[in-house]
Design a protein around this ligand. Structure first.
Ligand code: SF4
Length: 402
């Protein structure tokens, strides 16, 4: 393994400020690291994570709102999307949103994750009529309405509505604690015929990176990440991480990077593709940590790798993302969320402490400009509530039951 020049393994007493990012060439050289080289990579990432984050692993107590599963794209791995009129097609009404949000608050959820397909109004006339009946020219305005319903009920919205313009971002910042868009991959090859994103115009890498940059300009705490195992090469995986790290360095608004693994499902065109191995996931996590540094938040979804959590904890992650006591993972419905108390016990056995966090990472709350004035009171209230739960031990333990 070549980590030369990266200063990726600072001595234990060396301050985090002394860290310098792994260079792109060194990262690429490790794109296929295995055996002893992979162990060296994981060890370097683990030490760097310990330096910036210690042994505390965070999660956000959330409810997942599938605002609409209509989508104009057709990614070859997706089971979430539906066409208008298809079995299971669903757009949540304001009444449904409110009922779910009230239930989520009752269960002490803090985050409302609003997830939906991309630009359904471009493809479906019935959905366009629905938007018009609510007085909305596009889906983004309906997401803003849904966000305000969630806020009204005491939740902090985190919306993930697909590609966003500068105006979309500005609107959603007024009613969201943070926003998200997965880059997934910077491989334009996967936009080609026979590949995962051939029927997905909104997965054009340059368009997605441009959203990250604009969110940075607007000081929006932003979640992004990559999806591994959708046909990209190991080198393309690393190139995606390098691109994300570049935006993070230039704009400073990336609050977390998710490394999500593809899981094959019988009903998708990619049904016979292999799931990425734990080693591939660990290698990607470790390179992400070494590129993004000790203070970055690197996340894996714990429901997608339930048998490899200790291994991944020791590869440099510090976050498990949103976990819901109420709703399933609508993107991977076959993969149940772990129970929070059980996850805390697993973390404890592996030498880590589980703690709750809000959907805007705490370090962004007091950073000038990153919380819209309309959101400040709700964000501060959520922080106080979570601090209290973590203080008395409930952030990593007891759950109210459904
Ligand atoms: S992954 Fe997202 S953009 Fe792709 S088809 Fe599914 S809902 Fe649409």
């Amino acid at each position: 393994m070549d980590l030369a020049g990266a200063h990726a393994q600072p001595a234990a007493r060396e301050p985090a400020e002394a860290w310098r990012p792994l260079e792109a060439e060194a990262a690429l050289a490790n794109a296929r690291a295995a055996g002893a080289a992979l162990e060296e990579l994981r060890s370097a990432a683990r030490k760097l994570r310990d330096l910036g984050k210690g042994r505390t692993i965070t999660y956000s107590r959330k409810a997942f709102f599938p605002v609409t599963n209509l989508c104009r794209d057709r990614c070859a791995y997706c089971t979430f999307r539906r066409d208008e009129g298809e079995d299971g097609a669903w757009t949540m009404t304001p009444d449904e949103l409110r009922a779910w949000a009230e239930r989520a608050r009752h269960l002490d959820c803090v985050e409302a994750l609003l997830c939906l397909g991309d630009k359904p109004e471009a493809a479906f006339p019935g959905y366009r009529r629905f938007l018009a009946s609510r007085g909305h020219p596009s889906t983004i305005e309906y997401v803003a309405e849904a966000s305000r319903i969630a806020l009204d009920c005491g939740l902090l919205p985190h919306s993930n509505p697909g590609l966003m313009t500068a105006d979309d971002l500005a609107l959603l910042k007024t009613c969201n604690a943070s926003l998200g868009l997965m880059v997934e991959t910077t491989s334009t090859r996967l936009r080609g015929k026979g590949h995962a994103h051939y029927y997905a115009p909104d997965k054009e890498p340059a368009l997605r990176l441009a959203v990250l940059e604009e969110a940075g300009r607007q000081h929006i705490p932003f979640t992004t990440g990559l999806l591994i195992g959708i046909g990209e090469t190991p080198e393309e995986r690393v190139e995606t991480l390098v691109a994300i790290a570049d935006v993070a360095q230039r704009f400073g608004g990336i609050q977390e990077v998710i490394v999500q693994n593809f899981r094959a499902k019988p009903e998708v065109p990619m049904a016979t593709c292999d799931d990425p191995s734990s080693e591939e996931l660990a290698r990607t996590v470790a390179i992400a940590r070494l590129l993004l540094g000790p203070d970055a938040n690197i996340q894996i979804p714990p429901n997608l790798s339930p048998d490899a959590l200790a291994y991944l904890l020791d590869s440099g992650i510090n976050d498990f993302g949103g976990i819901s006591p109420l709703t399933p993972d609508y993107v991977n419905p076959e993969a149940p969320w772990p129970h929070i108390a059980g996850l805390a016990r697993d973390c404890g056995r592996a030498g880590y402490r589980l703690a709750e966090r809000p959907p805007i990472y705490p370090e962004f709350i007091d950073r000038p400009g990153f919380v819209h004035p309309d959101m400040r009171a709700a964000v501060l209230a959520a922080r106080a509530e979570i601090d209290e739960r973590n203080h008395i031990g409930r952030g990593s333990g007891e759950e109210k039951q459904r």
